[in-house]
Design a protein around this ligand. Structure first.
Ligand SMILES: Nc1nc2c(c(=O)[nH]1)N[C@H]1C(S)=C(S)[C@@H](COP(=O)(O)O)O[C@H]1N2
Ligand SMILES: [Mo]
Length: 357
């Protein structure tokens, strides 16, 4: 197979799925608050393109702006830059849990829970670029188009484009974006599905009506018995992610008897995390976990929980609650959808406990 990802993907750090690479989530246990760029998952519809920053240009235009313009890479770098720390997660993260836990497979990339990472993004507020282009009050959608082949593009509503934390990012964790993560520039829209965060941006087109493309009509829509088509979309188009948590443990995990501290992550697309609770009896009773370190809005927090389990097979079920009271639902409440998006139920993580040798 021709390599679709540029960075090295050692087997002990990543699980390969076709053109994509999933972070082995257990490797984040010893990482800091930010996911190191070298460990960050990669989701490529095709392959990382080679882009020469010396000739690259960003075009901002469309009927929704009065003064279309283009920017070179150097011009983009010279504009006032801000940083936003947030998580990025694929809408299909956790898709395999539909078959592992509900016995009902969904089609798409076979992600566990590692299509997820947290980074500090540096770039120019999209708001500033749209103001400079003379955004018209009639603007409705902002279509952001990538330079990969075939073109990957998806619109965001103009009010989302104008949020202070929506960026045309040039930097990730303090360094210029690496090729796999969108060099020379990508969109960052905190809290929205990964797909909204278009990499390798070449054009920003402001429309005066809703824009329909493949990624909001046939893909990244909720389809299935609980959902209706919203023509021209075949289902309910996705926008925000959901509150979730995960353990930094392999699946299944192996633990020793005796006192153990397990660690994990919790995240919400709407704000900070207010609490984490953990159940060792399949969800019958819960005890609070400790939140550890930074807890930024739309970026999540690390947490840890002490346990001392007897030998045998167990599950650890964690549930996150955000500052607005959004929380994870039970497995039986998880609504299946054909493409396996937004698995947000509490996950009974399988754990085998053995006597320490
Ligand atoms: N141009 C372009 N942008 C894209 C994609 C893509 O294939 N092409 N994949 C999207 C999806 S589905 C996700 S989950 C994120 C993944 O970002 P990452 O590869 O930097 O982790 O990028 C999004 N932006
Ligand atoms: Mo994604």
């Amino acid at each position: 197979m021709t390599e679709t990802i540029r960075k090295t993907l050692p087997d002990h750090l990543f699980i390969r799925h076709d053109t994509n690479a999933e972070t082995r989530i257990e490797t984040l246990a010893d990482a800091g608050y930010l996911t190191p760029t070298c460990l960050f998952f990669v989701r490529n519809n095709s392959a990382t393109p080679t882009i020469d920053a010396a000739v690259w240009e960003l075009r901002i235009g469309g009927p929704g702006v009065a003064r279309p313009f283009t920017l070179t890479y150097d011009e983009l770098l010279s504009l006032p830059r801000k940083t936003v720390t947030c998580f990025l997660e694929c809408a299909g993260n956790g898709r395999t849990l539909y078959d592992k836990l509900l016995g009902r497979p969904a089609s798409g990339t076979r992600w566990g829970l590692g299509a997820f990472g947290v980074a500090e993004w540096g770039g120019v507020a999209l708001d500033d670029l749209l103001a400079r282009a003379g955004l018209r009050p009639t603007a409705v959608d902002v279509l952001v188009s990538g330079l990969d082949t075939p073109v990957i593009e998806r619109p965001i509503p103009v009010d989302v484009a104008l949020r202070p934390d929506t960026l045309i990012a040039t930097h990730m964790n303090g360094e210029p974006l690496p090729p796999d993560h969108g060099f020379p520039a990508r969109l960052i829209v905190p809290g929205r599905i990964g797909m909204a965060n278009i990499k390798w941006v070449g054009a920003i087109t402001v429309a005066e009506e809703h824009v329909w493309v493949e990624k909001n009509t046939t893909d990244y829509v909720l389809m299935g018995p609980g959902y209706a088509a919203e023509p021209p979309a075949m289902g309910e188009p996705l926008d925000d992610l959901v509150v979730k948590s995960a353990l930094f443990l392999p699946w299944p995990a192996e633990l020793s008897t005796g006192h153990q501290t397990v660690r994990g992550y919790a995240w919400s697309p709407f704000g900070t995390i207010a609490r984490m609770d953990v159940s060792l009896d399949g969800g019958a009773t819960f005890a609070p976990a400790r939140l550890v370190g930074p807890n930024l809005p739309k970026a999540g927090t690390r947490w840890e929980f002490d346990l001392d389990l007897p030998p045998g097979d167990h599950t650890i079920t964690a549930t996150a609650t955000d500052e607005h009271g959004n929380t994870q639902h039970t497995l039986s409440e998880q609504v299946w959808n054909e493409l396996g998006y937004l698995f947000g139920a509490m996950v009974p993580h399988p754990v085998q406990v053995r006597h320490a040798i």
